[in-house]
Design a protein around this ligand. Structure first.
Ligand SMILES: C[S@@+](CC[C@H](N)C(=O)[O-])C[C@H]1O[C@@H](n2cnc3c(N)ncnc32)[C@H](O)[C@@H]1O
Length: 403
């Protein structure tokens, strides 16, 4: 059986292997662009991920700085595997005693597409048993295991006749930044908000207006981007912290190096970020979440109809994320709202880079403006689009229906 183990003994955080950064469907190219921008040379990783070469130290840094990745995985081994028994043998060759602390806890996750497996739980159990048997054979004791992702996470990917064993260095998904204490209604996932901002061309160099801000995810992600603050700084727990060789000093250095220096006088500033919503509870949620994220001083908030949002003189980016009529909002009300959004862009947003993100493609036709681009960006199970509009100043666009 072909077998390759990507580890030195004892396990070393500097050993290079394949890193896989996973993302939501539709965000792969944005993730690849983000990584290239961070100086990482990327390889294709299928529709929901990007791969690159790196060490566990690199994985720690990417967990901290990537705004779009959902998880960062580090490959431990890959081997030919045609039967569950071969899976056990392959997994038992990995020096788990150097990876999972004896007094620690681990869980096994898996994606399996193999004719011998009709229940992925069975494959997870095989991996878990092989890990436990190896460690117990050496120490006569074993670490705890179970379903929680709050400690070491081992991932099996078995497709065709190749099994790959990875460490999920993130543990909990990276979308859970830790600032959203008040979710309000239908909030965007933080990674999706970052993807929308990146797709819209927002870099933090020009003003940003977010009417319909809800719990403030777009505005907060924008403030973090504009000030160069890594999204992971607020998070206290990652999977890699639960590995035997985890080095807290190295982690502190990575965090320190990734944190932008404080400006000499006063607090960090950036071009205006304006977030408004018609619902006062949404605006309160935005303010509270922004406080938790440490960016409340960068976001101006207001309670108002989207059409009354105060616009800064300098033009920039504007993003609307209305309800879709799937979970919230009445269809009839939304049939009135969507054309009003088109009128708002036409009459008040000339010269702005304007965007509407929606999961209701029928309602989107009522916006009545010609789109400059239509980007598929799924919102969980919803087939959503980010529609771009270039409304020229002093000129009304002709009507057109997006498909
Ligand atoms: C889908 S939610 C936005 C979620 C937000 N992106 C987040 O991540 O939390 C839509 C928001 O639009 C607001 N809204 C609905 N009608 C509005 C109107 N006419 N003017 C301003 N806001 C409105 C709702 O109160 C709701 O907070």
């Amino acid at each position: 059986m072909q077998y390759s183990l990507h580890l030195d003994r004892p396990m070393n955080f500097e050993t290079t292997s394949t890193l896989r950064l996973s993302c939501s469907p539709g965000q792969r190219d944005l993730l690849a662009d983000e990584l290239e921008h961070l100086g990482v040379t990327t390889q294709q990783g299928g529709p929901t991920g990007v791969e690159c070469q790196g060490s566990l130290l690199d994985a720690m840094r990417l967990n901290l700085v990537s705004r779009i990745a959902m998880r960062v995985l580090y490959r431990l081994s890959s081997f030919a595997c045609t039967h569950p028994d071969e899976l056990s043998v392959g997994v038992s060759k990995i020096p788990w005693e150097d990876i999972i602390p004896l007094n620690g806890y681990f869980t096994v996750t898996c994606t399996v597409d193999h004719p011998t497996i009709d229940n992925t739980m069975f494959a997870s159990l095989k991996v878990k048993d092989a890990i436990v048997d190896r460690i117990r054979g050496i120490f006569s004791r074993r670490p705890d295991s179970g379903p929680l992702r709050n400690a070491a996470v081992i991932h099996l990917h078995w497709a065709g006749d190749t099994a790959q064993i990875w460490i999920d260095t993130s543990g909990q998904k990276l979308a859970d930044r830790g600032y959203r204490k008040m979710p309000h209604l239908a909030p965007l996932r933080e990674t999706l908000a970052a993807a929308i901002l990146q797709q819209s061309g927002y870099t933090g160099a020009a003003p940003l207006v977010i009417p319909m801000c809800g719990s403030g995810t777009l505005a907060i992600e924008a403030a973090l981007m504009a000030t160069g603050r890594p999204p992971g700084l607020l998070r206290s727990a990652y999977g890699f912290q639960h590995l035997v060789a985890f080095n807290k000093d190295a982690w502190d250095t990575i965090r320190h190096d990734a944190t932008p220096p404080k400006p000499r006088r006063g607090r960090t500033t950036c071009p205006p970020i304006i977030a408004t919503d018609i619902n006062p509870d949404a605006v309160t949620a935005t303010q509270r979440n922004a406080e938790t994220a440490g960016v409340d001083h960068l976001i101006q908030t207001d309670v108002c109809d989207f059409a009354d949002t105060p616009m800064p003189e300098e033009k920039g980016h504007l993003i609307l994320h209305p309800e879709y009529g799937l979970r919230l909002g009445e269809q009839h009300d939304l049939e009135l709202l969507y054309p009003r959004m088109g009128d708002f862009l036409k009459h008040r947003c000339g010269g702005w880079s304007s965007w509407i993100y929606t999961g209701n493609l029928e309602l989107a036709k009522l916006i009545g403006l010609r789109t400059s681009c239509r980007v598929p960006l799924r919102n969980a199970k919803v087939d959503a689009r980010l529609f771009g509009y270039d409304v020229w100043e002093g000129r009304h666009e002709r009507q057109d229906s997006p498909s």
